[in-house]
Design a protein around this ligand. Sequence first.
Ligand code: KG4
Ligand code: ZN
Length: 361
Amino acid sequence: MLILGIESSCDETALALVDDNGIRAAVVSSQADIHALFGGVVPEIASREHARLIGPLLDCLFQQANFNHDPWNNIDAIAVTRGPGLMGSLLVGIAFAKSLSLAHDIPLIGVDHLQAHLLAAEFENSITWPSLGVLISGGHTHLYRMDSPVDMTVLGKTIDDAAGEACDKFAKAAGLPYPGGALLDALGQRGTADPHLFPRPYTHNDNLNFSFSGLKTAGSLYLSQHSEAHFPPGDTPARERLHLASQELCDTAASYLLAIAETLTIKTSRAMAEFSPKSLVVAGGVAANSVIRREFSKLAQERGIPLIIPRLALCGDNAAMVAKAGWHMARAGRFHSLSLSAIPRGQSIPQDWKSMEASRS
Ligand code: KG4
Ligand code: ZN
């Protein structure tokens, strides 16, 4: 089975082809540099960029796949991210997917972006079920009980900011450009963490939710009182100037990232008491973080279960994960009609799939 995946929920336009053996071709175009000029994603610009890029990217994808026949004769389903995400951005991908589905008479599948992130881990290793899923991205922090690739239940989530947002805001307060998570990681790797500098927020309770807004405030307050822990301004790309950062900033970054990682592992280890997961999946953009990878690998080792994390290139937004989720949905007989809706952040994804026959009627 060959699935075309389409991702446009935020500021990455991505397309991929996934078959039974894995990723056949994948392209992604990031708008991060454009949004960095504004210090965060500008939704109107994001949707315009998706609309500009999505067509040419499909040509690139087909070139990379090197088909020696009409690609449309071989694609079994078109999977598209339906949410959560920015409404205008989602609508570009969904309208594109619907037109391709209609023009080439190929079934359509709407995919939950967060569940797709978790399934990206399957490109590394097969997941043993039930699994505990930790989804940590720019906009979301969710804990899932995963009973199968198409059966996931939310056990807990953030009640305010996401782990990625806490990283990006702290990085911004330290003088780093948007999105600062990966730069903060690079600085933290050159520092020594003080485990007592920042709190492990919202862990003195018995629920499985998170709250990172207090940590974000504690981080900003600390930076406002410590001018030595600031990244020096300059005209060249920040990544090329990381060696100019002060030791104080590197140490503070290491301490802050440890606070985030330990907050995540504290709640994750409590979630393990709810059921006995046979594996631990950690995914989403923030799963690229080295401290988080290290702390989760310790936790999995302690519990004697495998840790499955996507490779770095598949932690952030990509379309291979969307195609993979679509591949599972197609196998489970779950499709959508042309009335597929986009779901904004904050709303749950409806379970409104249909059989292949019903999706076409
Ligand atoms: O999953 P993703 O690509 O997009 C969303 O669906 O939100 O996640 C993006 C988030 C951003 O907050 C970015 O700063 C963060 O992932 N991120 C990192 C690292 N790489 C990306 N945060 C910490 N350390 C990293 N290495
Ligand atoms: Zn994402």
